[in-house]
Ligand binder design. Sequence first.
Ligand code: CS2
Ligand code: MN
Length: 353
Amino acid sequence: MSMRWFGTGYDAVKLWQIRQVPGVTAVITTLSGALPGETWAADAISALKAEVAEAGLSIAGIESVNIHDAIKTGAPERDQYIANYITTLERLGQADIHLVCYNFMPVFDWTRSDLAKIRPDGSATFSYDQKIIDRIDPDEMTKSINAQSQGYKLAGWEPERLARLKELFAMYKEVDEEKLFANLVYFLEAIMPVCRKYDIHMAIHPDDPAWPVFGLPRIVRDKERLLRLMNAVDDPRNGVTLCTGSLGTDPENNIPDIIKSLKGRIPFAHIRNLLRVAPGVFEESAHLSSDGSLDMHAIVKALYDTGFNGVIRPDHGRAIWGETGMPGYGLYDRALGVTYLNGLWEAVSKTEV
Ligand code: CS2
Ligand code: MN
């Protein structure tokens, strides 16, 4: 059981606080200052490791080593960026880090229309309404997300990158689902040798929400596409980050069934709930099953039954109890999520079948 931590200077939550959440022994972290395409310095990785160890925790994995758009679009300079990525993986492997989460979403990472929707209990949460997204242009959405970020740099929304939105959209003009898929396979095949050498599990994060946004293709969003990817590069180190909140945006996705079909290919799980309000409209609820649309017991049980032995973290939390900080990544609600997930895990593992 782990929690995500963005690093000193990037996160309002402190390592010593994470250390006090029952059952959490590790963090999922990243070099928050690194831009997609940059090679990570070995001494920056060891400094991060030492800081986490100093707090009595370990690094369970990296989320994320982000992928440069040249790799996603298959631009001529992709080989250079893939070489940089391989160097970063080598250095992570040498630092005894064996799990890397990444995504292959064009231009944007996760998309929301509101980062602080007030729920009936007064908590603030992320929400999404396709009608709002359809009305605004990507520039406006970027501005609105950054205006709601409380001064934090939100993962996936690096202002440096998003300042070049027009250029980015132009790069994806000729990229449809098939091309994007082929570019992903090209990337995975190129990095598999280094992953095998250092036993690094690559865990692709599903598209969030699980459908195309702003006309950009999305290829990691349902069972069929996930299995196609697993079969295309058939190595256990080509795996999935089972993010229930992302896959769960589409009511057609049966998550326990997806978990069963991905047996052995899930090194990392993001477990959170969401409430589907109407088609194309959802908000992030508390982790508890009864607060949202997902059956969290069935999800944890499916992981348990398929022999899952990877890393779990709660995903976004609501802002509760007056906590301020990075939207989605406060301490309190995520700690409640951890405790709930630990309870579910203990229950399923002690129940005789
Ligand atoms: C995360 C994603 O905060 C979140 O929504 O689940 O941003 C995730 O870190 C990336 O998609 C993985 O590269
Ligand atoms: Mn996630």
